[in-house]
Design a protein around this ligand. Sequence first.
Ligand code: FRU
Length: 485
Amino acid sequence: KIFKEPFRPQFHFSPEKKWMNDPNGMVYYKGIYHLFYQYYPNDIIWGPMHWGHATSTDLIHWKHKKIALFPDKLGLIFSGSAVIDQNNSSKLGTKENPPMVAIFTYHNMEGEKAGKTNFQTQGLAYSLDEGDTWLKYEGNPIIGNSDLKDFRDPKVFWNTATNLWNLVLVAGDRAQFYTSKNLINWTLQSEFGKINGDHGGVWECPDIFKLKVANSNEEKWVLLVSINPGAPNGGSGTQYFIGDFDGKTFRTVQKETKWIDYGTDNYAGVTYNDAPNNRRLFIGWMSNWQYARNTPTKNWRSAMTLPRELSLEKLNNNYILKSTPVEELNKQFTTELSKDLLSLNANHTITINYDNLNQSDIKFKAYSKNLKLIFSNEAKDSLVIDYDAKQKTFSIDRRHSGIVNFEANFGKKIHKTSTSNIVSKTISYHMILDWSSIEIFLNDGIYTFTEQIFPKKAYNKLSIQSNENQEIKNIEISKIKGIWQ
Ligand code: FRU
């Protein structure tokens, strides 16, 4: 099926039609990546939540599947995760055919309307046919609620060090860690966060996983916590903490707040369970609650970020969670322009005319000196990207990038980020555009920026400028083949 509406991403996942928000239940099983997502099948704005479902063998081409989970008398189906219960610890399947188990939040609207505080509980559903059809567990909810108003978004995983199931969820201003032998009975072990991290909004969609620190034997745990509002450039965003986790308690000495993405449009992202080759694969919702309901698309609303591989690096004694687009994307590329060197004299402009900028991959290296990139079109839209070497800031100016007036905040300010972790003499720039989005990775994902844009026409001109002498090295512009044919 082909999707060609204005702004429709051509190689990012989006639902066939109607509203989508968070990715849910990401699990790999028998060669297939499952992606479930918050879905409202009756409108292009948020409504009573279901879990939509899609599958992929390569994280790039997706098959839309039928709705997996429907609201029931316990409530709407909010965000959560899925695992394969290999040993049938839950006894919901068999050892030969282990159940796929989803644990999610029930949001009870009647309870909420009645002014109660305990209207969010955790429920379980399972599938014995690889995610096609689902049964709700009869003993739901499996984790009840005494009176925690925001109590949601369970992420479950198998802890190989303790041989137990772990679950992390959020309770307003903190995360809670649980353990279980059978995915059904859970014991609260500890809490984290009341005094850590940012609290500009409520905590949502946590995830926790272990990563090797590059070029060392060290391993660290990463805790992701989405927060809405309170992100550095407004609205919703995802912070992370680096620390240690013994299966019960998460500890960190981290003082400052770190963000997985410094753009405005990467929210509620979590990672795959059981991804092959020990890869830590991340997908986020490419929007922001500040204006998610107002974006100028028809038929459908929202897309996911590109799947990204996460890794950890220690730079200047500082742990950094890096994100890079998964290498599977490369096979969609056809390189159409490449040059070893473009010399850029101070106060001059290099102009590249290229019709396919809105569906392209652009890579090059430049000195860590000032550099400005301007994407534009004949409709006078311009998207300006600016690295300021003295201030050590990176900014994205989408104020005139296209349609911006659907919501007051969307095009209000330049989004500026301090990039003090850039210590190299050269910077590698990697930008991927897909009609209504741009994803930027600096120095292989030391800094990542994801932003939505709604240009009135495709950008067909890229101007490169600097007020210093610059060199643009190994520039490659590739066309990216769409996935919907
Ligand atoms: C995050 C979130 C979750 C919740 C879901 C509801 O975007 O608010 O906390 O489970 O969306 O759709």
